[in-house]
Design a protein around this ligand. Structure first.
Ligand code: NDP
Length: 310
């Protein structure tokens, strides 16, 4: 019987994954979801949002690899067999995310939106630049991506604080944890960056009440998942000026509907969910390593905990 991996994604072209995985694992057959052949051959699934019921086609499936870091869509499915589920945790993906967060934080820290507006009005507007050391940036989520972004911001001199479920001890970063610490954390985050997974605990974590805890004029960056924030409450906070500026890469509904008020707010920068992506050239090694582990009966790395939700 052949040993095959099935690939499904509407966003990621299969060719680079095929080339990278075939180089890592000669002999492994790379099959597209519309050319599966004998489903019994398929041992591994590398997938991003396949149709409902997709995973039940394969009687010999041994490993599911989520083609990305966020597993909320995967874990809400009802067709996942009782086998290891892993996600992409790749240094190149972390670096891409850290550079996006650095860009967004610098843009706010250096008042670039103010100058963009002034330029449109042909108005010479001088605002004295502030030192990074005087600007407190709060990162919600100190996982693979949050930690990389926090370290990058520390490298640029920002006062960085991070919040997670369990307590961390990271060089140069003031670490807080748990719900009790959240009000204080929000109250002291002049620029807030959301880098949490979407789980039952984090859905609408940032509601009107918690957004009101941010300092007046705060800047808000969400590169994680839209539903972590109550979008209506965020829009109100932007309208009132309590939140002065936002950079939003993710939304409650994607693509962001054409009638969303966010589109026309000049205090908001919208990007279409691309802060970071899984990069086959580097991430294929990790997928291949886990396949070798499955073959050898060893535990896989970067396993998702379905109970925890991330
Ligand atoms: P990780 O799973 O590595 O880290 C998650 C972090 O969030 C951990 O520090 C965890 O705490 C913390 N956390 C989880 N639940 C809670 C909670 N209830 N209260 C407090 N802290 C909590 O995730 P990654 O860093 O790899 O990715 C983060 C998210 O980024 C992904 O889930 C995905 O949704 C999003 N993403 C967005 C992309 C984009 O292009 N916009 C691209 C890739 C990912 P602890 O450390 O204690 O477990």
């Amino acid at each position: 019987m052949a040993e095959a991996l099935v690939f499904h994604s509407a966003y990621d072209p299969p060719e680079p994954w095929k080339a990278a995985l075939e180089a890592e694992l000669p002999g492994l057959e790379f099959r597209l979801s519309h050319e599966i052949g004998d489903p019994a051959d398929v041992r591994y699934a590398l997938i991003w949002k396949p149709p409902a019921g997709f995973l039940s086609f394969f009687p010999n499936l041994q490993l599911v690899v989520n083609l990305g870091a966020g597993v909320d869509a995967l874990l809400s499915r009802h067709d996942i067999p009782d086998i290891p589920v892993t996600r992409i945790c790749d240094p190149d993906m972390s670096r891409m995310m850290a550079s996006f967060v650095l860009f967004a934080v610098l843009r706010h820290a250096r008042d670039i939106p103010v100058f963009e507006r002034a330029q449109r009005e042909r108005h010479w507007t001088f605002l004295a630049p502030r030192c990074a050391e005087d600007i407190r940036v709060g990162i919600l989520g100190l996982g693979e991506l949050g930690t990389a972004a926090a370290a990058e911001l520390v490298r640029h001199g920002f006062r960085v604080q991070g919040w997670s479920r369990t307590q961390k001890d990271l060089p140069g970063i003031h670490c807080a944890s748990g719900m009790d610490a959240l009000p204080d954390f929000l109250a002291t985050s002049e620029i807030l960056v959301v880098m949490l997974p979407l789980t039952d605990q984090t859905r609408h974590l940032l509601d009107a009440e918690r957004l009101a805890m941010l300092p007046k004029g705060a800047k808000f960056i969400n590169v994680a998942r839209g539903p972590i924030v109550d979008e209506g409450a965020l829009i109100e906070a932007l309208r009132s000026g309590h939140i002065a500026q936002a950079t939003l890469d993710v939304f409650e509904v994607e693509p962001l509907p054409p009638d969303s008020p966010l589109w026309s707010m000049d205090t908001v920068l919208i990007t279409p969910h691309l802060a970071s992506i899984a990069i086959p050239r580097s991430a294929a090694a990790q997928v291949a390593d886990n396949i070798r582990r499955v073959r050898a009966g060893e535990p896989v790395l970067n396993r998702v905990d379905p109970v925890r939700g991330y």
